[in-house]
Ligand binder design. Structure first.
Ligand code: ADP
Length: 756
C-alpha cells in the first residue's frame, strides 16, 4: 500500500510535468538553456566561400539614395561573374526604367536568386516581372515568442505556390544538387494559410560580423578582381542603418540584432556543412529523463537527505554536461528543462515521504505512550494526532506534535524524579498528588492500608485528613500541606490490618513549573516495637526501684542524724547517692512518659518572664553555694505570653540553669534572659563555663550522652537532663537551641512560638 503510493505520487507528478511540457509551458526555459549553450560553446569558423555584399552607408552616400538604381545591381553582377550563386535579400517588386540591364545581367549570370516575401496583408511579394527570368526563394525566418530567430522553414506552400527558402535554392545552384523539399499538402488549404515544412534549427556561427562582408561600392568600383569571386556564393543585402531588417539570435546578448543577410549566410553555411542543429524529440527525451528520475528517486529514498541533495546537484551537473557535449560536438539539442524539474520533483517527493515516515513514527510513539502518561496535562489533552505529514500540516499540527514531545519529556522527568527519591528510601508505600491535589499515583500498599483504615485517597487534602488521627507526634497539628512539610517525617500508628508503624516522609516533586506532592511511607514497625519494648522494660524496672529508693533515702537520713564519727560519714554517702539515684530514676520516668504521650500537658497562656523569676529563686541557694552570680535580664519590658505547660517549662529552665552552673568554674556569671523575635519568645541561659566541643554539640540531647573533658571529668551526672528538656519543650510545640564555644561558654535557648 505504502509502496504503491510511494511510486504513484511521483509518477503522477511527472506525468503532469510531461503534459505541461507537451503544451509548451517549458519552451521559454528550454530556449534560455538553448541560447546559453550557444554562448558557452562560443563562435565557430564559417566557410570562406560565403561572402556578404553589403549595401552600406558608404554605398548609399556615393551611389545614390535607397532604393539603388537597378543598373547599379547590374554593374555589380557583372563584376561578380565568377561567383557560383548570388542571392539578393533586396525586394524589387516594382518595375523600374533600368530593369532591362539588370534582367540581362541576371540572365547572363545564370545563378541569381531573387527574394519572395509573404506580405502582412497575405499577398505574395514577387520580384517585378520585368526582371525575369530568375529563380526565387523566400527570405522568411521563423522567430520564437521571445523574438529570437532560431529556425527556418525551407518549404512554404501558399496560395497554391511552392516557395522554397532562398538558402535552399542557393545551395541547389551552387552545389548542383537538389534539396529534398516536402511534398505539397494533399488537402486543399484556403488562401490565407501558409503551410510550412522542412523545419531547420539554425546553427549560428557567431554574432553579427561573423561572415566576411564587402561593400557594394567597392564591388561596383572594381576593387576586387574577378578572380576574388571565383567559386564564391554571394549574398547581397542592406546593412546600412535604417534599412536593416535585423533579428535577435542566440548570440544577441547585447540587444544588437543580426542583419537578415547574415542570418541567411548562417543557414546557407548549415546546408553546405550539413551541421544544422538536430532536436531530440520530446518522447525520446522523456523516456530517458523519466528513467533517470525514477532511478534517482529510489536512490533518494535509500540515502540521507544531505547525501540526496549532493546526489541531486551531481545528477543535474552531469546531465547538463552530457547535454552540452551533445550540443557542441554533435549539434544535437536535448532540451533539459523537463528533466531538471523532474529531478527536483522526485527529490522533493522522496524528502516528503521521509518526513511523512518520521511523522508517522512520532504519531505511533505518542499513541503508545499516551495511556502511560500520568501527568494530568497529557491525560487531559485531547489532541487528535493525525499520523504522518498531513498531521503535521493540519492546524496546530507541528505544534501538537511538539506538545506530545513536551508531555513525554515531562513524564520522563517526573518518573526520574520519583524513582530517584524512592530509590533512596526504604519505601513501603508511595502516593503522588498533582498540583491541584488530585491523586496521580499510589502503590498497592497505600491503597491497602487506606482501605483498611478508611482513609480516603480521593485527593491530597482528604488523604491528609484521614491520616491525622493516626499521627503519633502531637502538639503541632495543622491541616495545611505546607504545615505538614514542616513536620516531616511523621510516624503513624495503625491497627488495621495489623498493628504497624509507618514513617511518612513528605516532599514536593517539581515537574516543569508545577509542584507535585510526594508521600513516601516506610514501615518502621519492628524498630518502633523494639523501642517501645525497651521503654516498657526500663519503666517497669524503674518503678521497682522507686519504692526501695525512697526507703533507703528515708532511713539513711535517720542514720545520718543518729550515728557518730565514721559511721555517720558512711550514712551520709548512702543518703547523697540515693538522692541522686532517685532523681535519675524520676527524670528517666518523666522522659518516658512524655515520649509515650502519657505525660499530661496543660497548655495555658504563660508569661515566661514570671517563670524564669521563679526558677531563679529556686536556684539561688545552689548559686550561692557554688559562688556563681545569677543574673536575671529582660530584653523587653512587657513580654508576649506564650502557650505552655508551667511546670514542665519551669523544670526545663531549672535543668538548663543547673547545667550552666555545674559546667562553670566558680565565680562566673550565669545570665537568664528573655528575648523576643518577630514570632518567637526565647529564654536564653548564658554561661561563661567550659563550653562544649563542636563534635559533641549534636549528641548532647541524646539519652545518657555525656561529653567529657579534663575540666568536667569529675562532675557527676546522668546524661538525661538535656534529653528531658528537649522532649518536654518539643511536646509543647517549642524548640531547644544551643550555641557554644569550647573554653568560653554556652548559650542554651528555649524557643516558643508566640501565641496566635
Ligand atoms: P548531665 O547529667 O551529664 O549534665 P545533661 O543531659 O544535662 O546530662 O547534659 C549532657 C551533657 O552536655 C553533659 O554531660 C555536658 O557535657 C554537656 N552540657 C550540658 N550543659 C552544658 C553547659 N551549660 N556547659 C557545658 N556543657 C554542658
Amino acid at each position: 500500500m505504502a509502496m504503491t503510493r510511494k511510486i504513484a505520487i511521483p509518477v503522477i507528478c511527472l506525468a503532469i510535468l510531461f503534459f505541461l511540457e507537451y503544451l509548451g509551458i517549458l519552451a521559454g526555459m528550454n530556449n534560455y538553456f538553448y541560447d546559453l549553450a550557444f554562448r558557452i560553446r562560443g563562435p565557430d569558423k564559417p566557410l570562406e566561400k560565403i561572402i556578404i555584399v553589403a549595401i552600406d552607408e558608404k554605398t548609399l552616400a556615393t551611389l545614390g539614395r535607397w532604393p539603388l538604381k537597378r543598373s547599379i545591381y547590374a554593374a555589380a553582377l557583372e563584376k561578380m561573374r565568377g561567383a557560383d550563386a548570388i542571392a539578393f535579400d533586396v525586394l524589387m517588386a516594382e518595375p523600374s526604367r533600368d530593369d532591362a540591364a539588370l534582367a540581362a545581367a541576371i540572365k547572363n549570370h545564370g545563378g541569381v536568386i531573387m527574394p519572395v516575401v509573404i506580405e502582412e496583408n497575405m499577398t505574395l511579394g514577387y520580384p517585378s516581372k520585368t526582371l525575369a527570368p530568375f529563380r526565387t526563394g523566400h527570405v522568411h525566418i521563423e522567430r520564437s515568442i521571445d523574438g529570437i530567430a532560431r529556425e527556418v522553414y525551407h518549404t512554404l506552400y501558399f496560395q497554391g505556390h511552392m516557395l522554397p527558402s532562398l538558402s535552399s535554392v542557393l545551395v541547389e545552384i551552387a552545389g548542383k544538387t537538389t534539396f529534398p523539399h516536402a511534398k505539397p499538402p494533399t488537402a486543399k488549404s484556403d488562401n490565407q494559410n501558409i503551410i510550412q515544412s522542412d523545419l531547420m534549427r539554425i546553427n549560428f556561427y557567431g554574432g553579427p560580423g561573423t561572415f566576411p562582408r564587402i561593400s557594394m561600392l567597392d564591388v561596383v568600383n572594381g576593387v576586387y578582381p574577378p578572380a576574388y569571386f571565383k567559386g564564391k556564393v554571394i549574398l547581397v543585402g542592406a546593412t546600412a542603418m535604417g534599412l536593416v531588417d535585423s533579428a535577435m539570435t542566440p548570440y544577441s546578448e547585447t540587444r544588437m540584432g543580426t542583419s537578415g543577410v547574415e542570418i541567411q549566410a548562417n543557414i546557407i553555411n548549415n546546408l553546405f556543412m550539413d551541421d544544422a542543429i538536430k532536436v531530440v524529440p520530446l518522447t525520446i527525451r522523456w523516456i530517458i529523463g523519466l528513467t533517470l528520475a525514477l532511478l534517482l528517486y529510489f536512490l533518494f529514498l535509500r540515502i540521507t537527505e544531505g547525501r540526496g541533495a549532493i546526489l541531486l546537484i551531481f545528477a543535474i551537473v552531469l546531465y547538463s554536461l552530457f547535454i552540452f557535449l551533445l550540443f557542441s560536438q554533435k549539434h544535437i539539442w536535448f532540451a533539459p528543462a523537463g528533466a531538471y524539474i523532474a529531478f527536483l520533483i522526485i527529490f522533493a517527493a522522496a524528502y516528503i515521504f521521509k518526513l511523512h515516515e518520521a511523522a508517522v513514527s512520532l504519531g505511533i510513539t505518542y499513541e503508545a505512550i499516551q495511556p502511560h502518561l500520568r501527568i494530568p496535562e497529557a491525560r487531559g489533552r485531547s489532541i487528535i494526532v493525525r499520523k504522518g505529514i498531513s498531521g503535521l500540516l493540519t492546524p496546530g499540527g507541528i505544534q501538537s506534535q511538539a506538545f506530545v514531545l513536551n508531555d513525554i519529556t515531562n513524564q520522563l522527568i517526573f518518573e526520574k524524579e520519583l524513582s530517584d527519591r524512592i530509590l533512596l528510601s526504604d519505601v513501603f508505600g508511595v502516593a503522588v498528588f498533582d498540583p491541584k491535589g488530585g491523586l496521580v499515583i499510589a502503590n498497592r500498599d497505600v491503597h491497602d492500608f487506606c482501605r483498611a483504615n478508611t482513609i480516603s485517597l480521593d485527593g491530597r487534602d482528604r488523604f491528609m485528613e484521614g491520616l491525622t488521627p493516626f499521627i503519633m507526634e502531637k502538639g503541632n497539628e495543622g491541616a495545611l500541606f505546607d504545615e505538614w512539610l514542616q513536620r516531616t517525617p511523621m510516624t503513624v500508628s495503625l491497627t488495621k490490618p495489623d498493628k504497624q508503624y509507618l514513617k511518612v516522609d513528605i516532599s514536593t516533586l517539581p515537574v516543569g513549573e508545577k509542584q507535585y506532592s510526594l508521600f513516601i511511607l516506610t514501615n518502621i514497625t519492628k524498630l518502633k516495637e523494639v523501642e517501645i519494648l525497651k521503654g516498657q522494660i526500663v519503666s517497669i524496672v524503674s518503678h521497682e526501684l522507686k519504692t526501695p529508693m525512697t526507703n533507703i533515702m528515708g532511713f539513711s537520713e535517720i542514720l545520718v542524724e543518729e550515728l557518730e564519727g565514721e559511721m555517720k560519714h558512711f550514712a551520709g554517702i548512702i543518703q547523697e547517692e540515693s538522692v541522686r539515684l532517685t532523681k535519675f530514676v524520676n527524670t528517666f520516668l518523666d522522659i518516658n512518659r512524655i515520649e509515650e504521650g502519657r505525660q499530661q500537658i496543660k497548655m495555658v497562656p504563660v508569661l515566661l518572664s514570671d517563670l524564669l523569676e521563679e526558677a531563679a529563686l529556686t536556684l539561688s541557694p545552689l548559686a550561692e553555694k557554688k559562688g556563681i552570680k545569677l543574673l536575671l535580664q529582660k530584653v523587653v519590658d512587657r513580654p508576649t505570653p506564650v502557650s505552655a505547660d508551667r511546670d514542665l517549662t519551669k523544670q526545663c529552665m531549672i535543668n538548663l540553669a543547673e547545667n550552666a552552673m555545674k559546667y562553670s568554674p566558680p565565680n562566673r556569671e550565669v545570665t537568664l534572659q528573655i528575648e523576643e523575635t518577630a514570632d518567637t519568645v526565647r529564654v536564653n541561659i548564658i554561661d561563661q563555663g567550659y563550653g562544649i566541643r563542636n563534635e559533641d554539640l549534636n549528641n548532647i540531647f541524646e539519652k545518657f550522652f555525656r561529653s567529657s573533658s579534663e575540666e568536667t571529668e569529675d562532675i557527676k551526672g546522668s546524661g538525661l537532663g538535656l534529653s528531658f528538656v528537649k522532649e518536654a519543650v518539643e511536646a509543647q510545640g517549642g524548640q531547644i537551641a544551643v550555641t557554644s564555644t569550647y573554653g568560653q561558654g554556652s548559650t542554651f535557648s528555649l524557643v516558643f512560638p508566640k501565641a496566635a
